[in-house]
Design a protein around this ligand. Structure first.
Ligand SMILES: O=c1ccn([C@@H]2O[C@H](COP(=O)(O)O)[C@@H](O)[C@H]2O)c(=O)[nH]1
Length: 239
């Protein structure tokens, strides 16, 4: 069974440590370190999480010229993290460079899976048209970006669970779909636009769900984690 990935969106190590102390020490978690926390704890902080037995998704959404992304991915690939991502909007050449950077890492640790963010789950269909001037639908844009990521040799994408079925049709069933934008029914969506419940994500075929505020800002984060894990796993028979 795949555990939900918990987005550790905290501003410093102290807040992160306080949060992790709410979980039993034997519980090995799948944790996502994003930009906010990484800028504070850096590579050493990520190493601390790995040394404690947790799996780590380093969500830095790299998006720069191919040379810069390749060198960054090469460096980050040796940390022992499980997942690393770039932005598909950087283009095929940038994603190919990222893959080449990954393969050029000579460290003995297992290399992470490399995935690409398609359209952020905080982007609505309306924003796609009015701000990005994209005339295609959200589904077309996301599945096109997923095809480009596959073409560049990446392992999968970050998308909304709403797009998983179409992505798997245009790529293949093994192409990994990691899906944030998860909310329990009848709760706030915050800044997320393309949102589903853990049960829906499972039914729609997500490979991994990413959950932040519904756990980190819950009155009882461990209880919220267990509830979401149960709802996800109970509906997810194949993973
Ligand atoms: O399209 C994307 C890509 C990444 N994220 C990240 O996932 C979490 C979601 O947090 P919530 O509090 O559950 O909304 C957050 O760290 C984002 O940076 C995303 O939401 N959408």
């Amino acid at each position: 069974m795949t555990r939900p990935i918990i987005a550790l969106d905290f501003s410093d190590q102290e807040a992160m440590t306080h949060f992790l102390r709410l979980f039993p020490t034997h519980e090995k978690l799948y944790l996502k370190v994003g930009m906010e926390l990484f800028y504070q704890i850096g590579i050493n902080g990520v190493q601390t999480l790995i040394d404690a037995g947790h799996d780590v998704f380093l969500d830095l959404k790299l998006h720069d010229i191919p040379h810069t992304v390749a060198r960054s991915v090469r460096l980050l690939s040796g940390l022992g993290i499980r997942l690393l991502n770039v932005h598909a909007l950087g283009g095929v050449k940038m994603m190919q460079a990222a893959k080449a950077g990954l393969m050029a890492n000579g460290s003995a640790t297992a290399l992470p899976k490399l995935i690409a963010v398609t359209q952020l789950t905080s982007t609505s269909e309306m924003q796609l048209k009015s701000e990005q001037l994209v005339t295609a639908s959200m589904m077309q844009s996301v599945s096109h970006l997923a095809s480009l990521a596959q073409q560049a040799g990446l392992d999968g994408v970050v998308c909304s669970a709403l797009e998983v079925k179409t992505i798997k049709q245009v790529t293949n069933s093994d192409f990994i779909c990691v899906t944030p934008g998860i909310r329990l029914a009848q709760t706030t969506s915050d800044d997320q636009q393309r949102v589903v419940t853990p049960q829906q994500a499972a039914e729609l075929g997500s490979d991994r769900i990413v959950v932040g505020r519904p756990i980190t800002q819950a009155a009882d984060p461990y209880r919220a984690y267990q509830q979401i894990k149960y709802l996800w796993e109970a509906n997810n028979v194949t993973r």
